[in-house]
Design a protein around this ligand. Sequence first.
Ligand code: UD1
Length: 423
Amino acid sequence: MDYYVIKGGKKLKGEVEISGAKNAALPIIVASLLADGETVLKNVPDLMDIRTMIRVIEYLGAETEFDIEKNTLRIRVNSIKNSEMPYELVKTMRASYYVMGPLLARLGEADVSLPGGCAIGERPVDIHLAGFEAMGAEIRLEHGYIKARAKDGLKPATFVMRQVSVGATANLMMGAVFSKGKTILENCAMEPDVVDLGNFLNKMGAKITGLGTERIVIEGVKKLKAITYSVIPDRIETGTYLLAGAITRGDVTVKNCIPEHVGALIDTLKYAGFNLDVKKDSIRVSNGKNLRGFMIKTLPYPGFPTDLQAPLMSLATTIPGISVIIETIFENRYTHVGELRRMGADITLEGNIAIVKGVKDLMSAPVMMSDLRAGAALVLAALAAQGKTEIRRIYHSDRGYEKLSEKLLSLGADIKREKGGTF
Ligand code: UD1
C-alpha cells in the first residue's frame, strides 16, 4: 500500500488551484439520474469517492465517461435498471445513500443496504427515513436492507428535521422534485454543497426556493432535463491549503476558491494572528506576529466546519498558548489526537472538548490515517515537524484530496508518495 514520506520544516510558498467540491459533486452525480439524456458535469475532482459514486450510478443503469484531464464527467441515462443498492457499494461510501431520493422520485421504490459503522461515529440515517415517511413512503428493514415504497410517488409534505443534516436535506430535496404540490423542509442544512445541488436541480427545471436558508420549498414538476453544469470549488480543500500555509509559517495563495465559504476559518486564522488577504476568488495567508491560541466549536454552516476540525487542531499544536476546540457534530471525531500526540503534540481531551497547548516543535513519528480529515491533519503536522514522517493508510486522503502530493510539491513541500509496506 502507498504511503507518504514527508520531510518537515519547509515553509510552503506559492499558489495552489482548488479542485471541485467532493461533497457537492457526489449528490449532483446522483441527481443526474433524475433526467433522461446526457448530463455533462464540469469541475468534478478525480477522487476515490467520486469513482465509487460513478460505479453506483452505473450499477443503476447510467453510462459514464470521466475525462480526468479535463475533470469532466458525462453521464447518459436512458432508464433506471434497478432500484437496489447493495451492501458492497454502501459500505465503501455512506454517500451512496443519496440514491434513495432519486430512486423514490422516479420509480417509487428503493432498496438500500443500511450503512454499517463508520470511523467517525454512529452516523444514523433516521432523519432521511423519517423525511421519506412524512412524504408517504412505507419503510421497513429486511435482512440489512431498508426497503422504501411509495407506489404512487412521494407526496408533498411539511417535514422538520430534528437535527441539521447535510445528507438528509440533499436526499429529501431530490426525493421531492416530482411530488404533485409543495414540499416544505424545515431546519435544513445551509452548506454550500446543498445549495449547489439545489442550483443544479433548478437548472434542470426543478422549482426549489429557500436554498441556503433553514427553510427549503420544493414545488414539484413533471420532468427534469439533462444539462451541463460546473461544480463549485471545494471549501474543505481550500481550508486545508490555507492551514498548510499557516502551519509552515509560509506564504500561500489559494486560487479558484469562494472565500465566503470559508469565512469561519478566515476569522479564526486572523484571530490567531496570521495575515490574510482575501480577494474575490483567492485567499493569501502568510505568517503574522504574536500568534495566539484560539477557541472554536464545530457547527453547521456557516459555523466552523467539522471537516476542518482535525486539520485546524494540527495548527493549534504549533501555536503558543492554549487553544480550545469543541466538536459538536460527530462523536468520536478525535482519532487524530493519539497520532498527533505521538508527534509531540500536547492535547488533553475532556469529552468532546480538546485543550491544545502549543509546543515549540512537532517531531516526526510513524503515523497512520484513520479517516479522510484526520489524514489531512497528519499531513499538515508532518509538514511542520522536525525530521522525516512516514504516513500510512493514505487511501483515506485519496478519498477527498485531488493530487495532494503534487499540489504540496508545487508549494515547495518535501513529500514523496512511496509504494510498498505491509499495511
Ligand atoms: C456530510 C459530509 C461530511 C460532513 C458532514 C457534516 C458529504 C458526503 N459528507 O456528511 O463530510 O462532515 O456533512 O458537515 O457531504 N444524523 C443523524 N441522523 C441522520 C443523519 C444525520 O443523527 O439521519 C447526525 C449525524 O450522525 C451527525 C449529524 O447528524 O451527527 C450531521 O450529519 P450530516 O450532516 O447528515 O452528515 P453527512 O451528510 O453524513
